[in-house]
Design a protein around this ligand. Structure first.
Ligand SMILES: [Zn+2]
Length: 85
């Protein structure tokens, strides 16, 4: 029996034949879901579907205010609204 934490459906099970000929199961965490805009629920571009810790800082989210949280049109309209008061 595998460890209790590996019995979750959030893991991908992959059957692998080792170099020695044994058959084992490797467990891997599933990818995260697509990032969506917090305002209009549109898919966010430039935000990868991987776990963040593996990536360089420049590969994580767009480097601008609300990057990774709001889409471009929503960010633009929000900043305009804030500037106009
Ligand atoms: Zn949006």
């Amino acid at each position: 029996m595998v460890a209790p934490r590996l019995r979750s459906r959030s893991y991908i099970k992959k059957k692998i034949t080792t170099p020695g000929g044994r058959k084992t199961v490797h467990y891997k965490k599933k990818n995260v879901s697509y990032a969506r805009c917090g305002s209009c629920n549109r898919l966010l571009l430039g935000v990868p579907r991987t776990r963040v810790a593996k990536l360089r800082k420049s590969q994580r989210v767009p480097n601008r205010p609300y990057g990774g949280n709001l889409c471009t049109p929503c960010t633009r309209s929000l900043i305009k609204e804030q500037a106009r008061g």
